[in-house]
Design a protein around this ligand. Structure first.
Ligand code: SAM
Length: 247
């Protein structure tokens, strides 16, 4: 038997590519996004009293991880990428049905003429992710403080000090001050999670990494526990234009 589902909405995320997205929701509170509800689901009455909840569950499609074949075992990055465990013991995007489940902060619901938009925080979702369902997070049953954590205990944060090159600072000076404050916090929270592949973590590779946040290309390097943002530039805008906030 097969089932077909129609997305009720689409995510507009600060994360424009997979590299740099946290491994779980909630790890980067500053990671903002917007869930645009699509017709015919954009009926305000379908969201009545949802704003009473601080957090919501999203069921979504790992649309950028669709494969013809599935594998019964995967190598989670948490285990250094070299130990196989059953796919159903992981949160891997590569699964028989590529469905994801994230609990995110619901900051606001905007209703305007024929539009419903949910402003979110703490997301781990790629831009354009199709969302299939929304449910409120209910602490009395969803929070299980004494649950066993298996092979996924809370990871230690690396102690990296972050600095900006003069070129990066000069570029940031051309942007809106509020946006720059947000970007500093977002970068700090992303880099604290060390998004490098597991086999490079904790090492001093002197390799330059790049990621795309909003419409910015960001390059950085780690040397001797010092992380330097070497370059920031716009992929679509002339250097002196201001970005649209959080788009
Ligand atoms: N919290 C969700 C879950 O447990 O189902 C997602 C966990 S999964 C390990 C998180 C990773 O999925 C992110 O680091 C990102 O690389 C990837 N990802 C996020 N959105 C995606 C999408 N739409 N398609 C493919 N991969 C995606």
């Amino acid at each position: 038997m097969t089932y077909e589902f129609e997305p009720i909405g689409v995510i507009h995320s600060c994360f424009k590519e997979k590299f740099g997205i946290p491994r779980q929701s909630g790890l980067i509170p500053e990671a903002f996004g917007r869930l645009e509800i699509l017709p015919p689901f954009n009926r305000p009455e379908a969201f009545r009293e949802l704003e009473c909840f601080s957090h919501i569950w999203l069921t979504f499609v790992f649309h950028a991880a669709i494969r013809e074949q599935w594998s019964p075992s995967v190598r989670p990055p948490r285990l250094g990428g070299n130990r196989r465990v059953g796919v159903f013991a992981t949160r891997s995007p590569f699964r028989p049905n590529p469905l994801g489940l994230s609990v995110v902060k619901l900051n606001r619901i905007d209703f305007s003429a024929h539009q419903v938009n949910l402003e979110l925080g703490g997301i781990d979702l790629l831009d354009q992710t199709p969302v299939l369902d929304i449910k409120p997070y209910v602490p009395y049953s969803d929070a299980i403080p004494d649950a066993r954590e298996g092979f996924a205990p809370q990871p230690a944060k690396p102690s990296l000090s972050i600095r900006y090159s003069n070129a990066a600072k000069t570029f940031l000076d051309t942007l809106d001050a509020d946006f720059v404050r947000h970007l500093h916090s977002l970068l700090e929270q992303i880099l604290e999670q060390d998004p490098r592949p597991a086999y490079l973590q904790g090492s001093d590779t002197r390799q330059t990494f790049g990621m795309r946040l909003y419409d910015l290309n960001i390059r950085w390097r780690i040397e001797d526990d010092n992380l330097t943002i070497t370059e920031i530039d716009s992929c679509i805008r002339p250097n002196n234009a201001k970005p649209h906030r959080y788009e």
